[in-house]
Design a protein around this ligand. Sequence first.
Ligand code: KG4
Ligand code: ZN
Length: 379
Amino acid sequence: MSYIGKTDDTIFEDSDELIRVLGIETSCDETAASVVALDGDSAPEILSNVVLSQIEEHAAFGGVVPEIAARAHVEALDGIVEAALGDSAVSLDEIDAIAATAGPGLVGGLIVGLMTAKAIAAAANKPMIAINHLEGHALTARLTDGLDFPYLLLLVSGGHTQIVAVRGVGDYQRWATTIDDALGEAFDKTAKMLGLPYPGGPNVEKVAAKGDASRFAFPRPMKGSAQPDFSFSGLKTAVRQAATAIAPLSDRDVADICASFQAAVADALGDRVARALARFGQEFPDQANPALVVAGGVAANRTIKATLEALCSEAGFQFVAPPQKLCTDNAAMIAWAGIERLRAGMAGENGADFVPRSRWPLDSVSAPLVGSGRRGAKA
Ligand code: KG4
Ligand code: ZN
């Protein structure tokens, strides 16, 4: 049987068969490959998860440089795939399908990942499944925690800030997005403004721990607004103005600004999420065990995590934060999305003829918001 260009959607549907998928992720500055297995009703298993971060290659430029990223993916990907197969002790022959991120992201990296996946699929006569990177993030909690649909996802990364109702495989409804900067981007820009190294988020958090969060009364953008979305550019401007007004900055000033910034972010984010939890309760009254899942690099932030945890416990939601390695970009989530699609009989929709999409909203129904995802690079 030839799988190329078409996947036989019936092979894994409702089957107890062992499924093993090789995942490939190259949409931004991580080159990653992973093998994930699902055997009947048992819990899925990550057999390998290899991630090569390009952070050092981009650090000198204070952000991800698309050309450098694409070249680095070309250089690294073959070895990373080999390592993932080697670690998993599964031969290419035993792999059931190749799943690769096809968007959204930096087009150079997407082409590298997708072409590699297509070549492997063609050579090994296996199905190829093009995966939306955001779907990978959205379904991770089912890989790690076996969550049932529906649940709520907060994705806070360098390129996206979204609240999504995850209703089923391929069934996502975006309830909120940013109208300007992504939250990770706001952290990174704030860090840059204050002379802290890239990537900014972890450094802002570290410095904030020594600061006074009440020293600067920064705005809480959108707080109380009936529009469910996020905004961070006003907060960024307020930080710049405060920093300029008291320059030159002492270490204490920087720490106080970081702490005040982080407190404003947590407060604004909490307000938006509280709205979404309430809406979830109204729209899905039959879900007896509602859950909020966080994904994306910013989910590592302890102040933000604590805020979300408190909100969830107040609203009767389970708070699910997958391990950080699976919250940030990785290929296990892509392999898992491939398994989910195979199981749901939806793998053939996005087969080997799929072309990379630098923009590819998860929810094709909600209109894009002007200014959202401007950087469009990271998800
Ligand atoms: O998900 P991720 O690793 O990559 C993508 O964006 O795809 O997220 C990276 C973003 C960066 O903007 C980084 O500054 C931010 O997550 N970040 C943090 C923290 N750790 C990473 N932001 C705030 N606090 C942190 N501890
Ligand atoms: Zn991502």
